[in-house]
Ligand binder design. Structure first.
Ligand SMILES: [Zn+2]
Length: 253
C-alpha cells in the first residue's frame, strides 16, 4: 500500500468524522472516478503544522467512539491486516490521549479507535514531568496531531493511594512517592473544598495537567494558530462515558 492509498483511507475516515460536509464531498469523488476509489484527501502537512482534521473534528470523532463504547455499540475499527501493512511506513494520528495506567481505562477501547488513530501516553493519575511532556509534544510537533486529551477517571487507584499516603503519613517507595508528590498539589486544593476528596483530586489533577500543557512553549503557538486543541476529560467507570471538564483552543468547525 502506498501513500495515496493511505491518503484515500484517511479521506474516508475524515469525511465520516466531519459529518454531512465530509460525506457530500466524498460521494461525487467516487462517482467521478468510476473506479469506486476515493479521491485523496488533503494530506496532513507537517511542514505547516496542519492535519486533515481540525481539533474540534478530532474531538467529535473521539466523542462518537466513546458513545459507541458506552452504549455497547463498539465497532472495533481499524484493526485489519491491510491497514496494519499501510501503517507500517507512516502514521497520522489525530489525537494524543494522556490517561492513567488503570486497567479499566484503555483509551483505544473507551474511544472505540484502532491502529494509527491515537498516540497514547499513560502514567499513574496522568501525571506528567519533562519526559512525559516530551512524549505528549511529539504528536503535535512531528505529526501535526490536532488534539490532546488528558483523561482522569473515576475511583483512580493512584489518587486514592496518594490521599491515603498523605493523610496517614505513610510514605511509599521512592519512585511511587514521586507520583504522590506530583498529585499532592491537586490533593491540597481538593482538601480545602471538602466532599469526596479523591474524586475532586482526580478532576483537579486532570485540569492542572491541561493547564500546564496550555502554557507549554512548544504547544502555545499551535493553540494560538488554531491547529491544536486541548481537552480535560473525566471517564466514569460506572457509565463508560467521557465528560469534558475544560477545553482550550477548540474553535467551532
Ligand atoms: Zn487511575
Amino acid at each position: 500500500m502506498g501513500v495515496n492509498d493511505f491518503s484515500r483511507r484517511m479521506a474516508l475516515r475524515s469525511g465520516l468524522a466531519t459529518g454531512g460536509l465530509g460525506l457530500a464531498a466524498l460521494v461525487p469523488a467516487v462517482s467521478a472516478s468510476g473506479s469506486g476509489r476515493l479521491a485523496p484527501a488533503a494530506h496532513p502537512d507537517t511542514s505547516t503544522g496542519t492535519h486533515t482534521l481540525t481539533p474540534a473534528q478530532a474531538w467529535r470523532r473521539l466523542a462518537r467512539g466513546n458513545h459507541a463504547w458506552a452504549t455497547g455499540a463498539r465497532t472495533c475499527p481499524d484493526e485489519d491486516l491491510p491497514l496494519r501493512h499501510e501503517l507500517a511506513h507512516e502514521q497520522h494520528p489525530f489525537a494524543v490521549v494522556v490517561s492513567c495506567i488503570d486497567s479499566r481505562v484503555p483509551p483505544e477501547t473507551v474511544f472505540d479507535q484502532g491502529l494509527g488513530s491515537m498516540f497514547v501516553v499513560r502514567t499513574g493519575a496522568q501525571t506528567v514531568d519533562g519526559l512525559v511532556t516530551g512524549s505528549i509534544e511529539y504528536g503535535p510537533v512531528e505529526h501535526a496531531t490536532p488534539l490532546i486529551v488528558v483523561m482522569g477517571h473515576q475511583r483512580c487507584g493512584a489518587v486514592k493511594a496518594t490521599v491515603e499516603s498523605i493523610e496517614h503519613h505513610h510514605p511509599l517507595p521512592p519512585h511511587l512517592n514521586a507520583v504522590v508528590d506530583s498529585i499532592r498539589p491537586a490533593y491540597e486544593r481538593a482538601r480545602r473544598h471538602g466532599g469526596d476528596v479523591v474524586d475532586r483530586t482526580i478532576r483537579i489533577q486532570t485540569l492542572r495537567t491541561v493547564a500546564a500543557l496550555a502554557v507549554d512553549p512548544v504547544l502555545v503557538p499551535k493553540i494560538d494558530k488554531g491547529v491544536l486543541g486541548l481537552v480535560a476529560a473525566y471517564y466514569s467507570l460506572d457509565t463508560g462515558r467521557v465528560s469534558v471538564l475544560r477545553t482550550v483552543g477548540m474553535r467551532p468547525s
